[in-house]
Design a protein around this ligand. Structure first.
Ligand SMILES: Cc1cc2nc3c(=O)[nH]c(=O)nc-3n(C[C@H](O)[C@H](O)[C@H](O)COP(=O)(O)O)c2cc1C
Length: 199
């Protein structure tokens, strides 16, 4: 059993949902999970945990200043224990390789700029909350969808004017299991220990 810190940053709430799902999965494996938002006063102390996951969403190609500052501040500790970066975006929902590449590039740029080398990088498809956007934003998205329809379709981008959640919750559970595998025999959760015993 490990103590796992999950630090996250969200704007429209999808990364918070992703983190809640991950926390639930890791908790069910028997780990002690502390999930904290970077919007709060206390983001947690990575040095007090056996493993750390940082989750953040992408807006205008970036993961945001707060999350970058947190990772830079704790880079040494993050690089010294099992860690994973979860990048939530719409590019990760793209149906073909060209658009999907943007998700990889965005995540790699973040890691290069912070100097963090996580053991796992998980690109998670987010959600488009079209109905929650302000009128000007809806207008911009409708305009972009009309103006660049063929380019967007060709590159596999989802329709920007349709409200939809693209997150694959089963894939996220599978990621939680892969993260559990990273923790080493003494620290792995119940499911993994049971499997070891059965083998
Ligand atoms: C204003 C805005 C800009 C966005 N820019 C990007 C982007 O550059 N690349 C991308 O892949 N997704 C982009 N997205 C999609 C978000 O990453 C996606 O909606 C994600 O689920 C948001 O997660 P959150 O609710 O945790 O903030 C953008 C969304 C909004 C609303």
């Amino acid at each position: 059993m490990a103590s796992i810190l999950i630090v996250f940053s969200t704007r429209e709430g999808q990364t918070a949902r992703v983190v809640a799902h991950l926390s639930g999965a890791l908790d069910a494996m028997g780990h002690r999970v502390l999930a904290t938002s970077l919007a709060g006063r206390f983001a947690g102390r990575p040095e007090s945990h056996d493993a750390v996951i940082v989750a953040a969403s992408v807006h205008a190609g970036e993961h945001g200043r707060r999350v970058a500052a947190f990772v830079k501040r704790h880079r040494r500790v993050l690089n010294s224990r099992p860690s994973a970066f979860v990048s939530v975006s719409l590019s990760a929902a793209a149906l073909n390789e060209v658009a999907g590449k943007a998700a990889k590039t965005q995540a790699q740029r973040f890691l290069d700029s912070t100097g963090w080398r996580p053991d796992r990088v998980e690109l998670v498809a987010g959600a488009l909350r079209y109905s929650r956007f302000s009128r000007p934003w809806r207008w911009i998205l409708r305009f972009a969808q009309r103006r660049f329809r063929s380019e967007l379709e060709e590159s596999g981008w989802p329709d920007l004017t349709i409200e939809r959640e693209y997150t694959d919750w089963n894939e996220l559970s599978a990621f939680a299991s892969r993260f559990d595998q990273l923790l080493g025999p003494g620290r792995r959760g119940r499911a993994a220990s049971d499997a070891d015993t059965d083998a």
